[in-house]
Design a protein around this ligand. Structure first.
Ligand SMILES: NC(=O)c1ccc[n+]([C@@H]2O[C@H](COP(=O)([O-])OP(=O)(O)OC[C@H]3O[C@@H](n4cnc5c(N)ncnc54)[C@H](OP(=O)(O)O)[C@@H]3O)[C@@H](O)[C@H]2O)c1
Length: 255
C-alpha cells in the first residue's frame, strides 16, 4: 500500500449546520452519482455550489433538489471536459473570479469508465476519451482555477480515485491507468501549493458505490446491495471544511 493512503474515523464528526456558509465550491459530475450527493451535502451546510457536468438536464435535477430544500441557489455550468477548448476553461475561471472573487473548493467527480476488456483488445479512441475526461480535463480545470483557488482563505481540492488507481487490475484498462494518473497529479499539486498557508489537496477512493458507473462495471450485481453515494458525505464534507487544515497530499479510502 502506498505511504500516503489514509483512513479517517468520522463516527464522531457532526458538521456544524453552517460549516460551509459563504463558501463557493465547484463540483464536477454534479448531475449524478457521488457528484450530485456531494453537491447537495455542501449546499445543505450553506455553500454556494457550482454544478458542472456534461448533461444540462441532470444538472437541473441537482439544482432543483438544492433549491427545493431551501439551500443557497447553485449555479449551473454545463461543460464537456472532453470537448472544451483550453480557452473555455480560462473563460470559465475568469467568470468565477469576477462573480465570487475566489473559489473555496474544487471536487473532481466527473469520470468515465471506458471499456472493461484486455489491453490487447482496447479501442484506441476509447482509451483516449477516458484520458481526455479523467486526466486532461481534471488538469485543465485545476490549472485554470488555481488563481481563484489561491485567492481563497482555505482552498480545498478533492480528487476521486479508485482502488484500481492504486493497484492495477486486469481488464480495467484506461480507467485504472487514468486513476493512477489522478493520484500522481494530486500528489504533485499537494506539494506545489504549500506556499499557501492553508491549501489542502486530497484524494478519495469511494469504494463500491450505487451509481450508474458501478452498475455499468458490474452488470450482474444487485445494485441495491451497494452503499449509496451519500455514504461518503462525511468524508467529503470533512475534507472540504476548516477541519481539514493540515491534511494535505493524502489518499483516503472512504469505506
Ligand atoms: N461508483 C463507484 O463504485 C466508484 C468506485 C470508485 C471510484 N469512483 C469514482 O467516483 C467518481 C464519481 O463516480 P460515480 O460513480 O458517481 O459516476 P457516475 O454516476 O457515472 O457520474 C459520473 C459523472 O461524470 C460526468 N461526466 C462524464 N463525462 C463528462 C464530461 N466529458 N464532461 C463533464 N462531465 C462528465 C457525468 O455526466 P453525464 O452523466 O452528464 O455524462 C456524471 O455526472 C468518479 O471519479 C469515479 O471514477 C466511483
Amino acid at each position: 500500500m502506498s505511504s500516503n493512503v489514509a483512513r479517517m474515523d468520522l463516527h464522531d464528526f457532526a458538521p456544524e449546520h453552517d460549516l460551509l456558509r459563504e463558501k463557493t465550491i465547484l463540483v464536477t459530475g454534479a448531475g449524478a452519482g457521488i457528484g450530485a450527493a456531494t453537491a447537495l451535502a455542501y449546499a445543505s451546510l450553506g455553500a454556494t455550489v457550482i454544478l458542472l457536468g456534461r448533461t444540462l438536464a441532470k444538472l437541473q435535477h441537482t439544482y432543483d433538489a438544492i433549491v427545493e430544500a431551501g439551500y443557497p441557489e447553485p449555479l449551473l455550468m454545463p461543460f464537456d471536459l472532453e470537448k472544451a477548448e483550453i480557452e473555455t476553461y480560462h473563460q470559465m475561471a475568469a467568470a468565477i473570479g469576477q462573480q465570487f472573487g475566489a473559489l473555496d473548493g474544487l471536487v473532481h467527480c466527473a469520470a468515465v469508465l471506458g471499456q472493461r476488456t484486455p489491453l490487447s483488445n482496447y479501442n484506441h479512441e476509447a482509451w483516449e476519451t477516458v484520458f481526455k475526461i479523467n486526466v486532461h480535463g481534471a488538469f485543465h480545470l485545476t490549472k485554470a482555477l488555481l488563481p481563484v483557488l489561491h485567492a481563497a482563505e482555505s482552498p480545498r481540492v478533492i480528487f476521486l480515485s479508485s482502488s484500481v488507481g492504486r493497484e492495477g487490475r486486469a481488464y480495467w484498462g484506461a480507467y485504472a491507468a487514468s486513476k493512477f494518473a489522478v493520484e500522481g497529479f494530486a500528489q504533485v499539486l499537494a506539494q506545489e501549493v504549500t506556499q499557501h498557508p492553508d491549501f489542502c489537496v486530497n484524494v478519495v477512493n469511494p469504494g463500491r458505490t450505487r451509481t450508474q458507473m458501478r452498475a455499468t462495471a458490474y452488470p450482474g450485481e444487485d445494485i441495491n446491495t451497494v452503499p449509496a453515494p451519500e455514504t461518503h458525505n462525511g468524508l467529503m464534507v470533512y475534507l472540504m471544511s476548516k477541519h481539514c487544515t493540515g491534511t494535505n497530499g493524502l489518499s483516503f479510502d472512504a469505506q
